[in-house]
Design a protein around this ligand. Structure first.
Ligand code: ZN
Length: 378
């Protein structure tokens, strides 16, 4: 993984490069930030840069033998430690036993990872995973061997907060004084729950969630997502790029904006004007044939666009909407106000819950639209 493959974080990349050129590479570092910030990609790009045989000022070369092995996540001096599921009481495995699976997981998503997706990938259901004390023992054995071919022996510990407390005494000396030419790069999404032994002895590098525009632009430029779809996704994933990628895979050609307009129009027609029940029936049948993911995605989108309608009534300069959305909002936004916004949010959220629990979507959507329609008043 090269720095250029890591989404955003330009300031941090510069800072990391500067610390290398200033010879200030700390041997135990803890990268801390929320899910979906490409922390693992960043750590791997950093380790690859440090080991590259021909790095430029800004990135590893990508073509030397070390880079090629790093790009495949497989270099004899690159070691991964990550949470695993204990399948039985006699299970004595460590992350090492799952390395092959782990590497194929990383290849399938270019190191855009989440704990639940890793566990589901490797064990086929979402079970509790942790990093064992045995992983600490193995790391200490390996760190004291000499390097095979790289400049540095690198240990990447992903989700270090999952390391059992019993591992702390074993880790103490190694993290405090790692052998020369070794580097321990740890990643966490839950700083408070990282062993104190680790926290107090590592350099902390904080990673911030992505701004919306980075997510939007990356989806468009690198993942061929349409501009409108990318803008919708960026708005509700709250800076989580992992989630943004998942959403962009799941959404088909179902157009959220036109469906929101159809839904709100028929809700208003039926409940405030009387009539138009045929259109409502047609719309509900259409949405109920969509996949559960598309339905949930649509409901999340509806929450966000309803919020934008409300904001428009408060402070128009704060609105973030596409041209098509704005066109509809011009007339519709007065109908979303402080008297009904909570009620509508509640209805939309309730439907998400019911659909997640495999409820009958035809009934859920019909009921929801009628209830929303009943409160659409100026
Ligand atoms: Zn290289």
């Amino acid at each position: 993984m090269q720095f250029k493959d890591v989404v955003g974080h330009d300031d941090l990349k510069r800072k990391m490069l500067r610390s290398i050129s200033d010879n200030r590479v700390s041997h135990a570092q803890l990268f801390y930030g929320p899910e979906g910030t490409h922390k693992l990609g960043l750590v791997l790009a950093y380790a690859q840069y440090l080991n590259c045989e021909n790095p430029s000022e800004t990135d590893s070369c990508g073509i030397c033998p070390t880079c090629i092995k790093y790009n495949n996540f497989a270099h004899p001096d690159l070691h991964f430690i990550f949470p695993t599921v204990n399948v039985s009481s006699s299970d004595k495995s460590t992350s090492e036993n799952y390395t092959e699976k782990w590497i194929s997981y990383l290849k399938s998503n270019h190191a855009h990872v989440s704990l639940s997706s890793w566990v589901t990938y490797a064990w086929e259901e979402n079970k509790r995973a942790s990093i064992t004390v045995r992983d600490a023992s193995r790391m200490i054995e390996k760190i004291n061997l000499k390097t095979y071919e790289g400049k540095l022996k690198v240990f990447v510990v992903w989700m270090v907060e999952k390391w059992f407390h019993a591992a702390a005494p074993k880790l103490l000396k190694t993290i405090e004084e790692p052998p020369a030419n070794s580097l321990i790069l740890m990643i966490t999404e839950d700083y408070e729950n990282v062993l104190n032994t680790i926290r107090s002895r590592s350099q902390l590098i904080k990673i911030f969630k992505y701004p919306n525009d980075i997510i939007r632009n990356t989806l468009v430029d690198k993942y061929e997502v349409s501009a409108a779809k990318a803008a919708n996704i960026a708005r509700y994933v709250n800076g989580n790029f992992y989630k943004a990628l998942e959403e962009s895979k799941e959404i088909s050609d179902f157009d959220n904006t036109s469906n929101y307009i159809d839904m709100m129009r028929s809700a208003f027609q039926v409940m405030q004007k009387g009539g138009g029940i045929d259109n409502l029936d047609k719309w509900v049948i259409k949405i109920s044939k969509k996949s559960r993911d598309e339905q949930i995605n649509f409901l999340k989108y509806s929450i966000e666009l309803t919020r934008q309608n409300f904001i428009k009534g408060v402070d128009e300069s704060m609105v973030s909407a596409s041209e098509e959305e704005m066109g509809f909002m011009k007339n519709f936004s007065p109908f979303i106000n402080s008297k009904n916004i909570d009620f509508i949010f509640n209805e939309l959220n309730k439907s998400i819950l019911h659909i997640e629990r495999n409820g009958y979507s035809l009934v859920i959507f019909m009921d929801m639209v009628l209830r929303i329609g009943s409160v659409l008043k100026r």
